[in-house]
Structure formats: structure tokens, C-alpha cells
Design a protein around this ligand. Sequence first.
Ligand code: ATP
Length: 238
Amino acid sequence: MNPALLQISGLKSRYGGIVALKGVDLEVRPGELVSVIGANGAGKTTLLKSILGLVDREAGSLTFEGVDISKMAPLDIVRRGIALVPEGRQVFGPMTVEENLAMGGYLVSRNAQRRRERFEAVYTLFPVLKQRASQLAETLSGGEQQMLAVGRALMGDPKLLLVDELSLGLAPIVVHELYRKLMALHRGGMTIVIVEQNARLALHASDRVYVLSTGTVVLEGKASELMENETVRKAYLG
Ligand code: ATP
């Protein structure tokens, strides 16, 4: 079996007095699409932010390609090849689509040819972003903004893409289209971790799934197995 691309063990994170992760173990192997499901406040966003060093990691080990990233600053972690599509998209509204994408590429490569290639790759995946290249991000529809947020993360050609609530606030048809794109990336070899409140979506898209509840992994397994699991069906699939 391939060694893990990302290996997390005993991860504890807190916000002041609030312990949000209580010792999480999780691994992601190259090329996998792993999802983390759980109710509101389970710690899903905190997990992604902790991987990037955006939240204080109190204890535990985190390695990426075998390198300890548990004490690294977010910028260094991004430069190693981890990119985040944040919850709520967080595109830069008063900037154009092209400028938003440029922001995503700029930290990772200043090589003009390389950046052109990344623009091309993102525009191939999301042709609508090319059509809207000079439009302000705040004037895009919610679905287009989500595409832009994914595109911005892809500009750095990451080895691991972290996606926080892709489906949030979007119509089912738009969500379906976004997931189709994510699956295409996955088929192309991209390693992806998604966190989703919509467990049905996540289970259908993923290879493996972790179920998080109040900061603890309570279940994990192949998506196909968890879909048959009685607890998962009752608690998350209605
Ligand atoms: P949601 O789907 O609602 O975003 P989640 O599973 O992503 O939920 P987190 O946002 O990671 O959950 O929150 C985990 C816990 O940490 C919750 O109890 C939440 O109230 C708390 N928390 C999150 N962000 C902060 C913060 N900035 N300051 C204090 N507590 C926080």
C-alpha cells in the first residue's frame, strides 16, 4: 500500500478555552478522495484549518510527504503543496476573476510560463471563468464564485486539495456540477479531502470517509461500507 501523503495522529486543537479537536487520527493516501462528515460544530472546518496551521495545534503529529508540518507556518505549508477552498468561498469581491486566480498562483510560482499553464488548466476545468475573466468576483453567481474559489486553490498546482463545504448555500444542480468537476480532478490523480455536511453527497463521491462528532473520529471506512452502516444511515442519511 502507498505511504500516506498526509498523516495525522492525536491532533488536538482549541480556540482559547474551547477544545474543538480532541485527538484526531486521519490519513490520506496519494490519489484518494477522502471525506469528513459530521454535524454542525463537529470540528470539520477546524480540522482543515489545523492542517494548514490556521488554528493553534495543541498536540499531535501532522506529516505531509513524510515531513513534519505540525509547527510550520501556513505559508510554508501552502508552498509544500496543500491548498484550501475555504468555507463560504471567500473570493475577493472587488477584484476580477483573473485577479482572484492570480492571487492563488502568486505565492507558489513567479514563473510566467508556469502561471500561464495554471491559468489554462483552471480555464479548461471551468470555461465559465475564462468567459468572466474581467468580471468582478462579487458579481458572479454563488456557483461561479465556488468555481472561482476552487480555481484559485488550483492555481498553485497543489498536491493536496482541501475543500470545505463545497455545497454550502448552492442549488442542487450547481452542486452536482461542482462535484462532477471535483470527480474529474480526482480521476486525473488529484488527492482531495472534502468536508461536507451533506453526507449523502460526500459518501457518493469518496473513496473513504471519516465521521467526526464533537472533535472525535467516531467512525471511518470505505464509503461503500459506511453507506450500509446502520448508525450512519440513521444519523446522517435520514
Ligand atoms: P460547521 O459545519 O457548522 O462549520 P464544523 O464541523 O466545521 O461545523 P467547526 O467550525 O470546526 O465545526 O467548529 C468546531 C467547534 O469549535 C465548535 O464548537 C465551534 O463553536 C468552535 N469554534 C469554531 N471556530 C471558533 C472560533 N473562531 N472561536 C471559538 N470557537 C470556535
